[in-house]
Design a binder for this molecule. Structure first.
Ligand SMILES: C[S@@+](CC[C@H](N)C(=O)[O-])C[C@H]1O[C@@H](n2cnc3c(N)ncnc32)[C@H](O)[C@@H]1O
Length: 210
């Protein structure tokens, strides 16, 4: 689903006035790391992002989104909730991962409902590809979680296959944070779509033998 649409006056104001406060401008400089740094790719309107950041004050979150109205909404929500652990980057997530995130820096990557590009001839536009899996795995710390969700069964199968083939990833028993159900998702559930969660982690060193 593509969220097109105009920027509302409130979103426009947020982009102008709140981005300097809560945004990080795209640059080739690495963001400063923290013990628990979580990157969300494609935060959309940011409902899930806000809920997870509120529930986990011990972690730091960076939401990456290209869509202006979504970034504006999220900035307004950060201000409303007075969150100090969530920042936003308005840029393509691949560039952000490559340029702004140090290898081994992330406790988790969240990829919730990436654009499904349902037509077969558009599948190559899907974000998840082997090169993405390798890049994402490299940015995770040992044991760091890659958590994806989708309601497109063939995309879920494909992501599962791609993540399973990436040597730096292994299936994970649990995510970094429980994923709250969004409006978008509950609408999908009413339409009978089932949601698939994919949980992988960066394969770390084997635990020392006792
Ligand atoms: C289907 S929406 C899902 C939004 C949100 N995660 C949710 O669950 O409601 C996918 C979002 O990913 C964003 N997106 C797609 N490709 C992206 C990329 N390469 N970098 C950053 N954001 C991207 C789109 O703009 C869109 O807002």
């Amino acid at each position: 689903m593509l969220r097109q649409g105009r920027t509302t006056p409130a979103q426009k104001r947020a982009l102008e006035e709140l981005f300097p406060k809560y945004g990080i401008a795209f640059s080739a400089q690495k963001v400063s790391s923290s013990q628990n740094l979580v990157l969300e790719i494609g935060s959309g309107m940011g409902e899930t992002t806000i809920e997870i950041a509120k529930a986990h004050p011990e972690a730091d979150f960076i939401a990456v989104e290209v869509h202006g109205p979504g970034v504006g909404s999220l900035l307004n929500a950060i201000e409303r909730e007075q969150l100090t652990n969530l920042r936003v980057i308005r840029h393509d997530a691949l560039g952000v991962l490559e340029q702004m995130i140090a290898d081994g820096a992330l406790a988790a990557i969240h990829l919730f409902f990436p654009d499904p590009w349902p037509k077969k001839r558009h599948h190559k536009r899907r974000l998840v590809q082997p090169a993405f899996a390798a890049l994402a795995a490299r940015k995770l710390k040992d044991g760091g979680i890659l958590h994806a969700a989708t309601d497109w069964p063939d995309y879920a199968d494909y992501m599962n296959q791609v993540f399973s083939k990436e040597p730096l990833l292994e299936p994970a028993p649990a995510g970094f944070a429980a994923r709250p159900v969004t409006k978008f998702e509950s609408r999908g559930q009413r339409l009978g779509h089932s949601i698939r969660e994919l949980l992988f982690r960066r394969a770390g060193k084997a635990p020392a033998a006792r």
